[in-house]
Design a binder for this molecule. Structure first.
Ligand SMILES: CC(C)(COP(=O)(O)OP(=O)(O)OC[C@H]1O[C@@H](n2cnc3c(N)ncnc32)[C@H](O)[C@@H]1OP(=O)(O)O)[C@@H](O)C(=O)NCCC(=O)NCCS
Length: 234
């Protein structure tokens, strides 16, 4: 039986040594790069050794975002010598079980390089569906864990600005009046730097913003206003 074990002093070297085949290197970053990113993005990254008894057979890194109520499968690999024996499927099923058990998430997402048919088949057979979205030319798949998602609430970071501008443009096109900070990218950037902007999300999608204490929600998500207020007042 496999288990996911947070990478530790005991497993670090084996994880770092584990490799995919040369043809698969285009599909996933090296585990050393992933472990460096785990340090860089310490607040969200959860790096796991995939263990069969005492043997490290693979590596998985999750983007564990309780504020947004989503988990991203950021990295997933089974060492070349261990592939084709059911470890990939078992590891993904274990991750999904662990994420469901946490009861803090509504959706799991991941992406794969279009040529990576093995990964696509594995994810589809675990219940992930394509959404038509892409991230950097990779195809996005999502697994929705509930049909009654709750509102996520997270500080807007600089890397979210593009997404926020897209939401703003959509709302403006619908004729919604928005706070003055949203009138230009420069003003928004300054407000984000000053940590004045938070976002509301459903299943990882931005549905509104809180600027200082003012809540603006897309009209189609008005039913979530009470939850949004609770988040702001918590
Ligand atoms: C993708 C990967 C994680 C699968 O791990 P694995 O342990 O070999 O997979 P499993 O033995 O558990 O097989 C699970 C399913 O994956 C698919 N699969 C695995 N290898 C496959 C292959 N060579 N060709 C087509 N489908 C394949 C099949 O659907 C398989 O189900 P089945 O056995 O019922 O047919 C592994 O091949 C890998 O690490 N690849 C390189 C890194 C990578 O691409 N990571 C994903 C980045 S998005």
């Amino acid at each position: 039986m496999i288990r996911l074990e947070t990478v530790s002093e005991k497993t670090f070297s084996s994880v770092a040594r584990l490799k995919v085949s040369p043809e698969q290197e285009q599909f996933v970053s090296s585990n050393l790069v992933s472990l460096a990113q785990a340090w860089l993005y310490y607040d969200f990254a959860k790096p796991f050794a995939i263990m069969d008894d005492d043997t490290v057979v693979g590596f998985m890194m999750l983007d564990w975002n309780e504020d947004e109520r989503t988990v991203g499968v950021w990295r997933m690999m089974i060492g070349q010598d261990f592939q084709g024996r059911g470890y990939g499927r078992a590891a993904m099923e274990e991750a999904i079980r662990m994420i469901r058990e946490a009861e803090k998430f509504d959706m799991i997402y991941l992406s794969y390089v279009p040529e990576n048919t093995a990964a696509q088949k594995l994810y589809a057979s675990c219940g992930f569906c394509e959404t038509g979205e892409k991230i950097d030319d990779e195809i996005v798949m999502k697994l929705f864990l509930t049909d009654q998602p709750k509102v996520g609430y997270a500080l807007v970071k600089e890397y979210n600005i593009e997404e926020i501008m897209e939401w703003t443009d959509k709302e403006k096109a619908k004729g919604k009046t928005l706070p003055p900070i949203l009138s230009s990218a420069e003003l928004l950037q300054t407000a984000v730097k000053n940590k004045q902007v938070k976002m509301f999300l459903i299943m990882g999608e931005v549905i509104g913003l809180c600027i200082d204490d003012e809540i603006v929600l897309s009209d189609e998500y008005a039913e979530y206003l009470e939850q949004a207020k609770e988040k702001v007042n918590a």
